[in-house]
Design a protein around this ligand. Structure first.
Ligand code: FE
Length: 225
């Protein structure tokens, strides 16, 4: 989530407090920071839900921005921001580790992708603003799962977050009408029927915008360090 959204969220919270009158103001102010603010939803650096790493994680991947290794697909730039969920401050120097299926629904290291252990996998360190950036392609689908990207966040060598990131289904439908995705129509599972998405997926949605011929997917992940 970007700064503009944080600001808008903040001003909405302020307006709600104003409308509630003085008592409301005090409540909003006391809820506005720290864990209470996170719990009340008054601040938007909420703790991002933990979700299973699933069966396809491979540790120790390469530090690199472009994880595609030339595989085809609709270009997707990821802007993944890591903040401390208790202070809302960015965490610099965190290692953000992503992995996902290629456009045809294949993971490197497994099944049809077993000859490589590296495509669509990589690690980037967050900058001073807590931001890690990747260049990849829109993931394909595989049996029984909605479209997703796996993520782990490591701080000082410890895993502080394991999650999955999701896309609006309407956007996925549009992207999947294009090649090479269109070679595999009739994906089985959408967000609403996905058994992992069911537990916190709505708080792990990428905010996606078009940028030229690419999409840019962004999210702020609140973690406990
Ligand atoms: Fe997966």
């Amino acid at each position: 989530m970007d700064e503009a959204k944080l600001t808008r969220r903040g001003s909405l919270a302020g307006m709600a407090g104003f409308l509630l009158g003085l008592a409301g103001w005090k409540a909003a102010a006391s809820e506005g920071a720290g864990p209470a603010g996170v719990a009340s939803g008054a601040v938007s650096c909420v703790l991002t839900p933990e979700q299973t790493e699933g069966p396809y994680y491979i540790a120790g991947e390469k530090y690199r921005r472009d994880v595609t290794e030339g595989r085809s697909g609709v270009p997707l730039l990821l802007r993944l921001r890591v903040v401390d969920a208790s202070t809302c401050k960015p965490i610099a120097g965190a290692a953000v580790d992503i992995w996902h299926a290629d456009a045809l629904g294949v993971y490197s290291g497994f099944g049809a992708g077993r000859r490589s252990r590296t495509f669509m996998r990589g690690i980037q360190k967050t900058d001073a603003n807590g931001l890690a950036r990747f260049r990849t392609v829109y993931p394909g689908w595989y049996q029984g799962r909605t479209v997703h990207i796996h993520v782990k966040v490591h701080v000082a060598g410890n895993v502080v977050h394991t999650g999955q990131l999701y896309f609006p289904d309407s956007l996925t439908d549009r992207v999947f009408r294009r090649r090479p995705y269109s070679r595999r129509p009739h994906r089985t599972t959408r967000n609403a029927s996905d058994f992992v998405f069911a537990n916190g997926g709505r708080r792990s949605m990428l905010s996606v915008r078009k940028s030229g011929s690419s999409y840019v997917g962004a999210i702020t992940m609140g973690v406990n360090r």
